[in-house]
Design a protein around this ligand. Structure first.
Ligand code: NAD
Length: 352
């Protein structure tokens, strides 16, 4: 899968210092895009942004998305043609601990970005990244569709549903003005892939446990999640961005980008497959925990039928690529090169 629309384009990524944002910046730079970024400083140790020395390759502005003036300054200053909006407080458990910050970042941050875009004539397209968790929980669902009701039981999930509503409001209210940007939202699954060191995420938790030579404590082994390699969700965002840049108004909508149904596995199954690769054991942590959804599946048939998007890697491949990434990083290999190697492999992959 190759993208032809980004060479020479001015692209702004919010959240470029994070896990997905760093991979996206690397991929877009490889395509020849002129990449800029707006986010807080990378806050994990290590971080892919720092390890891949992305600050030397892209124009970066460090700032808080909750500050409307700063966001307006960034968008006007970079004058991008397309914006990928990834900046967010993305953790369910942190959402319980810091609900106001979560809503401020995820909802008002999105509104600040959309308002800045509305006032900047250069922007033709915006991809707002929300989450598979934006749907109202329905335990009988075999896979949420874009037409299913929004919801969100916890602050993170509800803030992502609210970001969807805010985007819809900007699109419906201002989308018909002359020169208005086409705006879409993207709901992807739980990504893995190497270079993630966030707190309270399964793979980084396993990696940290391996380093400390202790078993990993797993909170919800029976929870089912739509696991996918990070490049799968990014390929969806990029494909969607191409459609928007091409002026396809019907793409200005909500899109799921999840794995194949067979790859929606339990946390326990993922641990069984990943732990031997990282050289770590795991055990169940039965202590009281904040509630998280038991079952989360996405139906991506709309993106498959209308955008021609498809997952490329099987879950086994995604796990192998992820385990290998961390093992080679631990052995001292260059993380940027590890990411580029995977991007090249992904680009050569045929549809499954
Ligand atoms: N990782 C996943 O499995 C997953 C799943 C579904 C959706 N998402 C969404 O994808 C996006 C990227 O997630 P990620 O995994 O890369 O997260 P991450 O934590 O690695 O990165 C988050 C980015 O947002 C920035 N950010 C956070 N608060 C900010 C603020 N107040 N002002 C400016 N920037 C701020 C951070 O600096 C960082 O660059 C998020 O919107 C997240 O909700 C992620």
């Amino acid at each position: 899968m190759k993208f032809s629309s980004y060479a020479g384009r001015r692209v702004l990524i919010t959240g470029h210092t994070g896990f997905k944002g760093s991979w996206l910046a690397l991929w877009l730079s490889r395509m020849g895009a002129r990449v800029s970024g707006f986010a807080l400083e990378a806050d994990t140790e290590p971080s892919l942004y720092v390890q891949a020395r992305l600050d030397e390759r892209i124009e970066s502005m460090i700032g808080d998305i909750r500050d409307p003036d700063l966001v307006a300054e960034a968008v006007a200053g970079f004058a991008p043609e397309i914006v990928f909006h990834l900046a967010a407080q993305p953790l369910v458990r942190r959402g319980y601990a810091e609900p106001l910050r979560t809503f401020g970042t995820n909802v008002m941050g999105t509104a600040n970005l959309l308002e800045a875009v509305r006032r900047t004539g250069s922007v033709k397209a915006v991809v707002v990244v929300t989450s598979d968790k934006c749907y109202r929980e329905d335990t009988s669902s075999f896979g949420y569709r874009e037409t299913d009701p929004l919801g969100g039981h916890d602050p993170y999930a509800a803030s992502k549903a609210a970001a969807e509503l805010a985007t819809n409001a900007w699109r419906a209210s201002f989308g018909n003005s002359p020169g208005a940007a086409l705006i879409a939202t993207a709901r992807a699954g739980n990504v893995i892939g190497g270079g993630d060191w966030a707190c309270d995420r399964l793979i980084p938790d396993l990696w940290r446990a391996a380093r400390s030579k202790r078993p990993a404590l797993i909170r919800n082994p029976s929870a089912v999640r739509p696991w996918q390699h990070v490049l799968e969700s990014l390929s969806g965002y990029l494909l969607l961005g191409e459609r928007l840049l091409g002026g396809h108004a019907e793409a200005a909508d909500a899109w799921n980008f999840g794995p194949a149904l067979a790859d929606m596995e339990s946390v326990e199954q993922l641990c069984k497959l990943m732990c031997p690769r990282l050289g770590v054991d795991w055990r169940y942590d039965g202590s009281p925990q904040p509630r998280e959804a038991a079952m989360l599946r996405l139906d991506s048939s709309k993106a498959m039928m209308r955008l021609g998007w498809r997952p490329r890697f099987t879950l086994e491949e995604a796990i192998e690529l992820t385990g290998d990434w961390y093992a080679r990083f631990d052995a001292g290999e260059n993380p940027r090169e590890l990411c580029i190697e995977r991007i090249a492999r992904f680009e050569q992959c045929r549809n499954r």
